[in-house]
Design a binder for this molecule. Structure first.
Ligand code: NAD
Length: 525
């Protein structure tokens, strides 16, 4: 990676750049420099280096790898503030958000991994069915090899680094391609791995746009882990299918937020505002559809409106609550959704337009009377808009929530916790909270991922560690018998014993199974 504006720890990897692009600040609109794109030959070279590094990293063993990866702690401790500032400079997000949702999150995921990986990825004994008497059975895991990780711009450090750490601890090496929309943070990710002091080639970072990502998915990798839009996810899956290699997709969402009549309305209103507007609404698990039961609708909407109107919009240096849109082109989606909703009868209670200042600022927006045929209801908005849908009761809310192409996250708001859990269990999504938002994703032990168009696969937690591994079944026999009774030869004498064995196994009768087994042994003589 060569970079026109210098970086304190620039890559030493010889990656030829075919072209470069300019990056503008989302806060001021001014240029933040010109950034190079790694071309296909650079990607191929990076994959080769990662493959060469794989055997030694795998053979280091889990304790050895944890020891190396634990250097993340001093690096994050020493640099938390400066790293957060660099993310904020790149994205415009408040420094507080960069600290909490990027840096603290990364540490929580690694802390979980280092404490649990040896157990989760270690060989474990499982029960052996009686019909296999005399044998022992195990499940074990081994790394896939070189993992391609492709990440988006909304949480540009966390979503790049977290899957890499999970892949590494299991013994894989990684080629990471961060988003071109946030290239300063892409460089920061590269710097972070250098500062940890990983052996050469264990993490290679290639920079650039979709062409670099496509070169990575077409390259000699053993798995691709992709976070981004559904449209790109389809392309990534198609590329993976050509080989074929496993492909994990973490895609978009349209999360439901269901307010029951007995909810703590004040907490629910604050949660809807934070959950929908944190990171300026550019969160895959943003609150994007708020269903409110008729009897509390007007009171709830009033509380939300007061909250939204109290928010301050501005850049990181202004200690604002809501920063700018990170990706300029996303603003047109937000504008299209608001215009379409307005035309179809939604009321704009506050916001609805860009802020009149340089940069990519958009006023936090509250929409009431949103209905299912509006684009803002059907499509992911990924911006600072809270669409409220009035429903008769919780049943209608659950039905509507599930009648959607996305299923990433969701939440239910009620003071009756057992009812809340019942409703939560009925939501078709990968994660769900009762009386909370976003927190499920921060919990490193809970699996994260989507159903339907929101994705395939899980990361975080035990599932997340195993996602980057091959699973192997292992059986051990002491080798005392020269011939197993079920092996050749298939003689007429053996048939009744096999029938008795079959009746024992299928009928669940241990005496029949044992007598069939003993008769088989006898008939074999
Ligand atoms: P995007 O799909 O435009 O880009 C994601 C990444 O894919 C970028 O690094 C991009 O350069 C790369 N890319 C583009 N074309 C490619 C190709 N043909 N082959 C390989 N890689 C290619 O997504 P985005 O705009 O960066 O991110 C926003 C989307 O990500 C939203 O839909 C959001 O919901 C989703 N997202 C999902 C999660 C999750 O965990 N489920 C988290 C964050 C964001």
């Amino acid at each position: 990676m060569s970079l026109a504006n210098s970086s304190p720890v620039a890559s030493s990897s010889p990656q030829p750049a075919s072209s470069a692009f300019e990056k503008l600040s989302p806060v001021t609109g001014e240029s933040q420099g010109t950034f190079a794109i790694t071309d296909a030959s650079g990607v191929e070279a990076a994959i080769k280096r990662a493959r060469a590094a794989f055997p030694a990293w795998r053979d280091l063993g889990i304790d050895g790898r944890i020891k190396v990866l634990n250097r993340l702690r001093p690096v994050l401790l020493e640099n938390a503030e400066s790293f957060a500032r660099r993310i904020s400079e790149d994205t415009g997000k408040p420094i507080q958000e960069a600290l909490v949702t990027e840096l603290i999150s990364i540490w929580l995921y690694h802390d979980y991994n280092r404490k649990h990986a040896a157990r989760v990825l270690g060989r474990r004994r499982v029960k052996t069915p009686l019909v296999f008497t005399g044998k022992q059975s195990y499940i074990e895991y081994f790394p896939r090899g070189v993992i391609g990780v492709i990440s988006p711009w909304n949480y540009p450090l966390q979503l790049a680094v977290a899957p890499v750490l999970s892949a590494l601890i299991g013994g894989n090496t990684v080629v990471l391609k961060p988003s071109e929309v946030t290239p300063l943070t892409g460089l920061l990710a590269e710097e972070l791995f250098k500062r940890i002091g990983l052996p050469e080639g264990v993490v290679e970072v290639v920079h650039g746009d979709g062409s670099t990502g496509a070169a990575l998915t077409a390259g000699d990798i053993d798995m691709v882990f992709f976070t981004g839009s559904v449209a790109t996810g389809r392309k990534v899956m198609q590329a993976a299918a050509q080989k074929p290699i496993p492909c994990e997709l973490e895609l978009g969402g349209k999360d439901a937020f269901i307010v029951c009549a007995d909810a703590n309305l004040e907490r629910a209103a604050r949660a809807a505002v934070w959950g929908g507007l944190v990171n300026c609404g550019q969160t895959c698990i943003s609150v994007e559809r708020i269903f409110v039961v008729d009897s509390v609708h007007d009171r709830f909407v009033q509380l939300v409106r007061e909250q939204v109107e109290s928010l301050r919009v501005g850049g990181p240096d202004e200690f604002a609550d809501v920063g700018p849109m990170i990706f300029a082109r996303q603003i047109s989606t937000v504008e299209r959704h608001i215009a379409d909703a307005k035309e179809k009868g939604a009321r704009i209670l506050t916001g609805g337009a860009r802020v009149d200042r340089p940069g990519q600022f958009f006023n936090p927006t509250l929409l009431a009377d949103v209905t299912t045929e509006m684009a803002i209801y059907r499509e992911e908005t990924f911006g600072p808009v809270l669409p409220v849908v009035r429903v008769q009761d919780e049943e209608e809310a659950i039905r509507l929530a599930n009648d959607h192409e996305y299923g990433l996250n969701g939440s239910v708001w009620t003071q009756n916790l057992s009812k809340g859990m019942r409703l939560a269990s009925r939501l078709e999504c990968g994660q769900v909270a009762v009386n909370d938002v976003i927190s499920t994703t921060g919990h490193p032990g809970l699996p994260f991922g989507g159903v339907k168009a929101s994705g395939i696969g899980r990361y975080h937690g035990e599932e997340g560690l195993r996602a980057f591994m091959h699973t192997k079944g292992l059986m051990v026999d002491r080798g005392l018998l020269n011939n197993e009774p079920t092996w050749f030869p298939y003689t007429e004498r053996k048939l009744p014993a096999v029938l008795s064995l079959a009746r024992g196994v299928i009928g669940g009768s241990i005496p029949k199974l044992l007598s069939g087994f003993i008769n088989l042994l006898r008939s074999d003589k």
